[in-house]
Design a protein around this ligand. Structure first.
Ligand code: SIN
Ligand code: FE2
Length: 224
């Protein structure tokens, strides 16, 4: 190949950038949708603040008696909880004694659009789990299996500081893919991949321009 004129090179560089796949397939029915939520995040953040004012983040206790490193809350008809008696969904927030805050329409629409893009039509989440990670907080490898049925995918939205997401196989000891997740990225896993192990490595210290020293992950589910 002969040397190219610099402007030709620049053109090639732009083309290469534009052709970079924004959807990354990480499993047979699992996708990372890079930046998918960016267009709506500015409208979403005030709604999230309202939810967390009504249903504050708290460090829940695992059945084994450990306090989780993430701060947790929920919105939607059902919220995921854990305490000494086990993991489950509840229609009432045990901290406030009230129903969980409603799921913002914009959030369920975003999740539905992400699911659709990943090949799952008619995703209507009835639960959104909110996990806040400060530097050092992590999520050990686990399966999401407290939902009543597994027909619907899990749809995850990452906000704030970056995270290294672990996407494993069907047994805890299977090797995990390491997937960096940034503000605005979404991950969808369902179908044959619905019960894959996943987790998050300890969050590294840092400051995010919108969220400060934290990462917030929302996972939308059909739980009931
Ligand atoms: C979760 O598995 O519920 C959280 C995943 C994440 O924080 O990205
Ligand atoms: Fe999970």
């Amino acid at each position: 190949m002969t040397a190219m004129h610099p402007t030709t090179l620049d053109l090639f560089a732009d083309d290469a950038l534009e052709q970079q796949p924004r959807d990354e397939q990480i499993g047979e029915q699992s996708w990372v949708l890079r930046g998918f939520a960016l267009p709506v995040i500015d409208k979403l953040l005030p709604a999230l603040d309202g939810i967390l004012a009504a249903a504050p983040l708290r460090h829940m206790m695992t059945p084994g008696g450990f306090s989780m490193s993430v701060g947790t809350s929920s919105c939607g008809a059902l919220g995921w909880i854990t305490d000494r008696s086990g993991y489950r969904y509840s229609a009432v927030d045990p901290l406030t004694g009230k129903p969980w805050p409603a799921m913002p329409e914009m959030l369920s629409e975003l999740a539905q659009a992400a699911a659709q893009r990943a090949g799952f039509a008619d995703f209507h989440a009835d639960s959104c789990l909110i996990n806040q990670y400060v530097p050092g907080a992590k999520m050990s490898l686990h399966q999401d299996k407290d939902e009543n049925a597994y027909a619907a995918p899990i749809v995850s939205l990452s906000l704030g500081l970056p995270a290294m997401f672990l996407f494993g196989g069907f047994s805890r000891s299977d090797k995990s893919q390491r997937i960096p997740l940034l503000h605005g990225d979404m991950v969808v896993w369902g179908g044959v991949d619905r019960l894959r192990f996943h987790g998050v490595l300890p969050i590294k210290p840092g400051q995010h321009p919108r969220l400060g020293e934290r990462r917030i992950n929302l996972t939308l589910r059909v739980a009931g």
